[in-house]
Design a protein around this ligand. Structure first.
Ligand code: DGJ
Length: 725
């Protein structure tokens, strides 16, 4: 619900469990009053603090006896108006001046949510309401529209900003963030998800002191190195209690999230597209739309936050066509063969996998052009008939013969120097004349700021999808963008390059998903390098990491579950010793960890023992039985591997009738201490059958007394099932 009280100029936004309140102060600036647990519709202006401090100036319209914008909690930071904290927008005027005074002009409250053209955005459920507040910059004349969308049944608040230029002049946006809020405390820990290739989304949580903490990527993608999500946690927050505020960007390119504690001990949180090298030319009459951010408030720590994000992204972001559809259990040939395969070898893998119950074969890298290693052919999206005699249809027919579907790997944003595409269009690779471009994995990035490049790649993929029976695509992206330049953009538009690149990627994803709505696309970027809400809008699942080791994956999936639903995580069982770590873990553990997502297998099935094939068969049957919990259930993180020697996660059906628990002992210990784990989210007054032991226990017993954990050797695991009786 969104209310505006004209007598005290208060905006009161309230979702399922939160209130968000701000007002227009005496001088026309927006001032924050409360964001957190629900409050009544009281006049909260009693909370406003107008402070005076030396060295905090006042714009001429605010009397010197009163507050400076430097001191009050705002909703949007402006540059050069007395607020010395980081500004949310920087506008350069024709004379080179950069200063803004954003003051209230008007507002509207409407049903619905604004659809962003050419960018991923949350979907309407018909019930949500959007408040749009227009602020006018008294200096440049530029207007900014702050949009806030409230879904009554959710703890998510969706925000973004539109930058409108109603003036006669052209201006340049040097920063154009998507949201800003000044929280009323300085005592937070900041949780973020840093990492690297093979170790994405590690949980790091540390206090924020005075100064600015910048969480960002300048790589043209969200990156393995830092996810575009942060959460601020009250000091006394535990996994299941305390105030917790999440900020997740619906964006897939270079980004920045800033946390700044200022002299008044408020904490400013803001972000959006990275401002590093960014500049957007905004001509007269033009509008620039910044991506959306989904803010979640939870009064029950990260646990409540993750449940809220998973619900919201499933209900309002991921394609309704796939979100609750049973996902294919794939057999992927990458770790089985790498580039070394032919039709016969693949046929052997398919046959064995179909026998143990996989339902889709995904042909990974190496099937096209003249690709036999990673040095050639990206861009040549036609089959290598020397390698695959008879082409793709022979393999597809083989799949069909075994009752399986077929999926194909592509890397649409890339070009190899040794490719027909490059020989034809060397200028399509991102580069600047006279500067040798950086190579990564021997490849260049295509200039997706150019329409004809996107059109050409679309044409090639369209041909594949119309010419063959393909039900699944794996869209990979194996390097980051380095040269931040396109010869096709004018000098005054070079600062738009990184964002325009992402818009090109979205344009292709949009066209493909619209033209081939039944083809499910899995996102991927050298593992989980572009695991973000922007991609999830187009791709219902994303390859979580190239690291398939069952120990490492426990950490990666634990971190990923902070924001993203289990069904979004693609997880495969691979061979041991593991190709990334050299570690050997039991097949049971590998499958247990991989069952906490969209599961699959990625190994040479021909080399599996008969016994392992039988085990895999049982695993897939067991997975299909719980897959509904993975698709629709609530996730709870019961034991944190970052803080102890065990990992444990739980999925509970929404009606609380079914519970699935997976645990892993990271390293076995002799005389290990006795530890219990308490389940979560059950019905306290209902009885549950503990399938593995036959015991019948009340929900409140399982949640309050818990269960004793088994003592297992290194990487041992357990799976538990509970059914309400
Ligand atoms: C990186 C992906 O994450 C892998 O799964 C695989 O598809 C390779 N690329 C292929 O080059």
């Amino acid at each position: 619900m969104i209310g505006f009280h004209s007598e005290n100029k208060i905006f009161h936004l309230s979702g399922k469990g939160y209130s968000y309140v701000f007002f227009i102060n005496e001088w026309g600036y927006l001032q924050q009053l409360h964001y957190g647990g629900k409050v009544a519709d009281d006049d909260l202006t009693y909370l406003k603090v107008f402070d005076r401090k030396s060295f905090s100036p006042n714009p001429c319209d605010i009397s010197e006896d009163c507050s400076s914008p430097d001191l009050f909690a705002g909703e949007f930071g402006s540059f050069g108006q007395g607020d010395f904290r980081t500004a949310s927008a920087v506008i350069r005027m024709p004379d080179g001046a950069r200063m803004s005074r954003f003051k209230y002009k008007s507002h509207t409250i409407e049903r619905g949510v604004r659809k962003l053209d050419g960018m991923p955005c949350v979907r309407s459920c018909g019930e949500e309401e959007t408040l749009s507040v227009i602020l006018k910059d008294a200096v440049s004349g530029v207007e900014i529209k702050l949009n806030y969308t409230v879904y009554e049944d959710s703890d998510a608040l969706v925000r973004n900003v539109e930058y409108i230029n109603p003036t006669e002049n052209t201006v340049f946006l040097e920063r154009a963030f998507s949201f800003c809020i000044d929280l009323q405390s300085d005592a937070y820990d900041v949780l973020r998800l840093p990492g690297h290739h093979n170790k994405e989304r590690m949980v790091e949580c540390a206090p924020v002191g005075h100064g600015i903490l910048r969480i960002s990527s300048e790589r043209g993608t969200t990156s393995h190195q830092m996810n575009n999500f942060i959460a601020l946690l009250d000091k006394d927050c535990t996994e299941t209690s305390g105030n917790c505020y999440g900020f997740s960007l619906i964006y897939s390119g270079s980004f920045a999230l800033l946390v700044e504690v200022g002299q008044t001990n408020t904490t400013r949180v803001q972000g959006g597209i990275s401002d590093y090298g960014f500049q957007w030319k905004l001509g007269s009459g033009e509008t620039f739309v910044a991506p959306q951010t989904v803010m979640v408030y939870s009064g029950s720590g990260p646990d409540g936050m993750s449940v809220a994000y998973a619900d919201f992204y499933r209900e309002h972001l991921i394609s309704p066509r796939f979100v609750y559809k049973e996902r294919p259990v794939v057999i992927n040939n990458w770790e089985a063969t790498y580039f070394d395969f032919d039709t016969e070898k693949l046929s052997g893998i398919i046959e064995r996998a179909s026998a143990f119950g996989a339902d889709t074969f995904v042909l990974d890298d190496g099937w096209f052009g003249k690709r036999n290693d990673d040095k050639s052919s990206l861009g040549d999206w036609f089959v290598n008939e020397e390698k695959l005699k008879g082409g793709l249809d022979v393999i597809i027919d083989d799949c069909k013969k075994h009752g399986m579907k077929f999926g194909l790997w592509i890397e649409p944003e890339m070009i190899s120097e040794n490719s027909e595409l490059y020989r034809e269009h060397p200028d399509w690779a991102i580069a600047k004349d006279g500067v040798e471009p950086c190579r990564a994995r021997h490849q260049y990035v295509l200039d997706y700021t150019r329409r004809e490049v996107v059109d050409c790649i679309y044409g090639k993929i369209e041909k594949l999808l119309t010419g063959h029976d393909i039900s699944y695509l794996k869209w990979d992206m194996n390097r980051h963008v380095t040269e931040n330049y396109s010869a096709w953009l004018s000098p005054d538009r070079q600062g738009e390059f990184m964002h325009r690149y992402v818009l090109g990627v979205y344009a292709l994803a949009e066209r493909l998903t619209a033209a081939f709505p039944d083809v499910m696309i899995e996102g991927c970027s050298g593992g989980g390098g572009r695991f973000d809400a922007g991609m999830l809008y187009y791709f219902p699942q994303i390859w979580t990491s190239d690291d398939t080791d069952a120990k490492e994956r426990a950490y990666i999936q634990y971190g990923t579950s902070m924001v993203y639903p289990l069904s979004a995580m693609s997880c495969h069982v691979s061979v041991c010793p593991n190709h990334q770590t050299g570690r050997t873990t039991p097949l049971l553990t590998r499958a247990a960890i991989a069952s906490l997502g969209a599961t699959g297998y990625e190994l040479d099935t021909q080399k599996m023992t008969k016994e392992d094939c039988e085990t895999a068969k049982r695993q897939i049957i067991a997975y299909r039985e719980i897959s509904d919990l993975i698709l629709r259930g609530d996730v709870h993180r019961l034991l944190n591997p970052f803080k102890g020697n065990r990992f444990c996660m739980e999925a509970v059906s929404k009606d609380k009738k079914k519970v699935y628990v997976v645990g892993e002992e990271i390293l076995g210990e002799s005389n290990e201490k006795i530890q219990r784990v308490k389940l979560r989210g059950l019905d306290p007054d209902q009885k549950y059958l503990f399938r593995e032991t036959g015991q019948i226990l009340f929900g409140k017993t399982l949640m309050n007394a818990g269960l004793v954990l088994p003592n297992l050797p290194d990487f041992g695991s357990w799976t538990w099932h509970f059914d309400q009786v």
